[in-house]
Design a protein around this ligand. Sequence first.
Ligand code: KIV
Length: 271
Amino acid sequence: MSVNKEIKRVTTHTLQKMKETGERISMLTAYDFSFGRILDEAGIDIILVGDSASNVMAGHETTLPITLDQMIYHAQSVVRGIRRCLVVVDLPFGSYQGNSKEALASAIRIMKETGAHAIKMEGGEEVVEGIRRIISAGVPVMGHLGLTPQSIYQFGTYQVRAKEEAEAEKLRRDALLLQEAGCFAIVLEKIPASLAASVSKSLHIPTIGIGAGGACDGQVLVMHDMLGINHEFKPRFLRQYLNLYETVGNAIREYISDVKSGDFPNEKEQY
Ligand code: KIV
């Protein structure tokens, strides 16, 4: 993408400054060109091309089935729509857990083939070797701790994580480890607000929360959830800003009725 001097792009340095000045970071997911453009022009700081595409775009029950090629396709589409925000892409399940060489190869494919600016990886100590190798190749990495959906079959449920002290303690250690490894930010998903607050305070890099309370340095939501496209998903942490399921459904019903009645197209809508 060409560098446009008039547009002040969001970089990992911008996010670091935001942490230092206390300006909250806004992040949402997107998976295609059209929504990428809407989010970017609305002023979002970060777009996450999340592997939640596996759920909301492809209809899978979990994030596990989505492939690296599919993530690359989504990321390429988003990047074509943005001019300002930072684009972060999830490394999908199975593309980095094996070993650090495989992790680096996956990250390099994302960076080379999509034009995105950073990648995100789930996990702490277990994946830190891969994270170090990717960062030393010059690729910015966002960490992800707490409820990590790629491990759903290990957890067994999507309930709040780290309520017990042993898991909370591991999360605190992992957060410091990811910071030391060079991550530029960490997503904290579905953990007690008090734990997220103390982790955010202990780190010099920003935390981005989802279901982790108001003391994180930023917030992220899955776009389909906050727009009410995915209308059946209503966890306590979600604020739904629209009911697009209903709005779009009503528009479709009106269109069907207009076609059936012959009202569409009218004289002005033809050549
Ligand atoms: O894939 C995703 O959408 C995510 C967010 C929930 C943080 O990882």
